[in-house]
Design a binder for this molecule. Structure first.
Ligand code: PEP
Ligand code: MG
Length: 887
């Protein structure tokens, strides 16, 4: 520590805005303003390094600190023309905390330091206002006693109230100088009773205050604040201490205090925004004792000061190149700036300000992109609860925040009921133990979905995200009784038809109806900001979409193709499920082929719709993936109904269902394994894809079909399928006599596939990482059941975060890297994407960018977030496109 104290004032400054870590935000910006020649009250800052030293050396200070503070104090006296403790012209200071990161109200502040029995007289005389002087004195004693010496705040309040009562008044402003003198005497008694003495020596006061501020770095609320805001202990050195000459806003009508923003922090509009309170000190505003006026009031009272303020606001915004939140005081017609900092703002304002500043030439596009968080974009795309109403609502449970947005509706317990009520225009929330593909109609009809089990990649979560519907999954507190059509949560019984509200952004469930606010959507400045993001990002962004409607949504949100079409979702619509079931229960290949023949034209139309929505962009279509039992009913009643429709007996159907039963279906007969057993299914799907593409080409449209094989663990599986797919496709293309290019690739989602990626890359033209299954199989955590224990893992610090939400970079991430390196060592052109749910998670997107992948694919409503996150990753970590993929 070479230098521990930095002085500023009189137009000079030892510090600057660049020294935030050392001087804290407040100190660095005060120094910067002094450097710019702006009117700031002179002062000095003791560095955060001293705070660090203090806590590391048993609450003691470095030896030379005292001499440095003394020297700074002397300079302060020179610049101010006042003297500490002087009987005629005393210097008064404020002592404030200020860390590198703003922690509003978490640490201590002491004002009017330097007052004692003598200096208070001088202050009274010099201002001609004894009332003001004694009020300042008693305020100081109160703050000092409370903050620095730990005397309970309410002891002082009691004494003040006593004087008011004796006088028969209610308000502070009704007290006069003599009354405050009495208060001061009572305060001295309070100090004595607490076994302390009020120090009359200003230097003593100063050192006690400095120590109190450094001490407050470790108070309970500051520690909690850091924890809540994700600031790790040790990440910051500590707080700085700012000792600043006092200026007074309460010296009459030509004095006052205010706070202002250089732009409107709510809307982002380029208008000055703020409040002014004449004849007051900052704490009067904070305490809410008096209501401030709009900033323009200052123009009426002191037009010259107003003009100066406006000019300097402009200057500060230009200088910092961001919206500023400024505190100022007017003392007898003279304006002082007490603080400037980057202003907090709403999501809407953040976006507008960033875009406007680019247009004004103040910042570049990369800076604009970094000024908005993916969360802020997300907020604008989903409905939210009315803030006042949700505060009053009763919370009855919490689960995983699976799909963002707020929804309110009547509880229903079945998908059919959801569809029926929704048809009548009744908003419903579908509450299920879990969902299955049969529920998609009801999910689509519902305003929101709530399930008692399941994780972030469960069916309910994946489908809801795809639809852009709010959903909470794995809300274990909710105990559902489907028979009785009710659930119980935190002791509250909720029946069929009762209103509940769910917040898919926070995972919270509320009782009753809560008003929701419509989302803004992708218009105006949001669209402009995302266009900036597109110019900057290197990663492509595609969507996971299964039907043309979702593909259109995704396209409007800026998706550059489809990274995953889960074809199984198409089989649940209308009467297709019957055709699918007939295929499953077929006894011979001929029967199966006949059933498939019926499905083919339907699939072809689906694919055509997708190709049309994404014209010119790649569309990756995955062959059938889930285990077949998912397509058959599991309960007897339904089997009885279904069997005759399929032309088989109930017994036969039962036997088929039993045969399909697996102890571990996620590791069972699914993915490529189905096609190994039933290649005719792959043939039908390939035909549907290629025939749709041929029709497109014949209509003069551009198509880029990519056929994707799921769950490949060995190159031999892929070789077997690749041959079938290519033979089928090439034959059709040849017959049609068109020019059509297609690709065949694989998902990398089985660990064996990842670590033999060099072999697989000999056949595959692209890899798409299925990080849902890859996480499931690498960690050995069932993606449907992990919700039951993951919190224990997180609480105990074994996994830091939910690995199905944020990719586990150390383990699963290493799998991705290995596969990338092996794959590209064989084929440097190999296209690499991600289509697991992590493809829409900003933190994971940054990782995929760094890992040199080519694109991410996510649910349509996450596409805008992914575009922004990919751009932010590109600003943070420069990389070339497709080349130099080694770390
Ligand atoms: C995956 O496993 O990551 C994936 C995208 O496939 P699914 O979620 O359909 O298993
Ligand atoms: Mg998968």
């Amino acid at each position: 520590m070479e230098k521990m104290v930095y002085f500023y004032g009189g137009g000079i400054a030892e510090g600057s805005a660049k020294m935030k870590n050392l001087l804290g935000g407040k100190g660095a910006n005060l120094a910067e303003m002094a450097r710019m020649g702006l009117p700031v009250p002179a002062g000095f800052t003791i560095t955060t390094e001293v705070c660090d030293y203090y806590w590391k050396h048993d609450r003691s200070f470095p030896e030379t600190l005292e001499a440095e503070v003394e020297a700074a104090l002397k300079r302060l006296e020179e610049v101010s023309g006042k003297k500490f403790g002087d009987k005629d012209n005393p210097l008064l200071v404020s002592v404030r905390s200020g860390a590198a990161v703003s922690m509003p109200g978490m640490m201590d502040t002491i004002l009017n330091l330097g007052l004692n029995d003598e200096t208070v007289e001088a202050l009274a005389k010099n201002t001609g206002n004894p009332r003001f002087a004694y009020d300042a004195y008693r305020r100081f004693m109160q703050m000092f006693g409370d903050v620095a010496l730990g005397i309970p705040h309410h002891d002082f309040e009691e004494a003040l109230n006593k004087v008011k009562e004796e006088k028969g008044v209610k308000l502070d402003i009704e007290l006069e100088a003599e009354d405050f003198k009495k208060v001061v005497e009572l305060y001295k008694e309070i100090y004595k009773k607490a076994g302390k003495e009020f120090p009359q020596d200003p230097k003593k006061q100063l050192w006690i205050a400095i120590e109190a501020v450094f001490g407050s770095w470790m108070n309970e609320r500051a520690i909690k604040y850091r924890a809540i805001n994700g600031i790790k202990e040790g990440e910051l050195l500590g707080t700085a201490v700012n000792v600043v000459m006092m200026v007074f806003g309460n010296m009459g009508d030509d004095s006052g205090t205010g706070v202002c923003f250089t732009r409107d922090p709510n809307t982002g509009e380029k208008v000055k925004y703020g409040e002014y309170l004449p004849n007051a000190q900052g704490e009067d505003v904070v305490a809410g004792i008096r209501t401030p006026y709009p900033l323009e009031k200052l123009n009426e009272i002191l037009p010259d000061v107003y003009k100066q303020l406006i000019d300097i606001m402009d200057m500060l915004e230009h200088h910092y190149k961001d919206m500023q939140d400024i505190e100022f005081t007017v003392e007898k017609g003279k304006l002082y700036f007490l603080q400037t900092r980057t202003g907090k703002r709403t999501a809407k304002a953040a976006i507008k300000i960033a875009v406007d500043m680019v247009k004004e030439g103040l910042i570049d596009k990369a800076t604009a992109v970094m000024r908005v968080t993916p969360d802020q974009i997300d907020k604008l795309l989903h409905p939210a609860f009315d803030e006042a109403e949700i505060k009053k609502a009763q919370e009855i449970g919490e689960g995983l925040p699976a799909s963002p947005g707020a929804a309110t509706g009547k509880v229903v317990f079945s998908a059919d009921e959801a569809e029926e009520l929704a048809k009548e225009g009744t908003p419903v929330i579908l509450v299920r133990p879990e969902t299955s593909p049969e529920d998609v109609g009801g999910m689509n009809a519902a305003e929101g979905i709530l399930t008692a089990t399941g994780g972030m990649t469960s069916h309910a979560a994946v489908v809801a995200r795809g639809m852009g519907k709010p959903a909470i999954v794995g809300a274990e507190e909710i105990v559902i009784d489907e028979e009785a059509k009710e659930f119980e949560a935190r002791g509250v019984k909720v029946k069929d038809g009762d209103w509940i509200s769910i917040d898919g952004t926070t995972g919270k469930v509320y009782l009753g109806k809560v008003k929701t606010i419509k989302p803004q959507g992708l218009e105006g400045e949001v669209a402009e900001l995302l266009n900036f993001a597109d110019e900057i990002r290197v990663l492509g962004v595609r969507a996971n979409a299964d039907i043309p409607r979702d593909a259109n949504v995704a396209r409007n949100f800026g998706a550059e193709g489809i990274g995953l079409c889960r074809t199984e979702h198409m089989f649940f619509e209308g009467d297709r499920i019957q055709k699918m079931r007939r295929m499953i229960v077929s006894k011979t290949v001929e029967q199966r082929e006949a059933a498939l023949e019926e499905l083919l034209p339907l699939q072809k139309e689906d694919f055509k719709g997708l190709f049309e929505a994404m014209e010119g962009f790649p569309v990756t279509i995955r062959l059938l993936d889930p285990p077949l039992h998912e397509f058959l009913p599991q309960d007897e009643e339904q089997m009885k109904e279904l069997a005759p429709q399929l032309g088989i007996t109930v017994e036969e159907l039962k036997e088929i269902v039993e045969n399909l039963h697996e102890f571990n279906p996620m590791m069972g007969h699914r993915g490529v394994r189905l096609a190994i057993t039933y290649p005719e299914v792959a043939v039908m799907q390939t035909k549907a894809i290629i025939m749709a593409a041929i029709e497109m080409v014949k209509e003069g449209k551009k198509v880029k079909p990519e056929i994707m094989i799921p769950l490949v663990g060995t190159v031999k599986e892929l070789k077997y399928l690749d041959k079938i797919v290519r033979e089928t496709a090439d034959k059709l293309i040849e017959e049609a006599g068109v020019d059509l290019d297609y690709k065949v690739g694989t998902m990398i989602e089985v660990p064996r596939g990842a670590i033999t990626a060099d072999e697989i890359a000999e056949v595959a033209q692209f890899f798409s990482f299925g990080t849902n299954d890859l996480t499931q199989m690498t960690l050995g955590f069932s993606r449907d059941d992990y919700g039951k224990f993951i919190n224990d893992y997180i609480e105990k610090g074994i996994y830091e975060k939910d690995p199905f939400k944020h990719v586990d970079q150390t383990g699963v991430g290493r799998m991705v890297k290995i596969a990338k390196d092996y794959g590209r060592s064989v084929n440097p052109e190999l296209k690499l994407g991600v289509c697991g749910e992590h493809g829409g998670d900003p933190e994971s997107i940054e990782f995929f960018h760094k890992t040199q992948l080519d694109y991410v694919s996510c649910s349509p409503y996450r596409v805008p977030i992914a575009r922004l996150a990919a751009a932010q990753a590109a600003v943070k970590f420069k990389r070339g496109k497709f080349v130099n993929y080694a770390d």
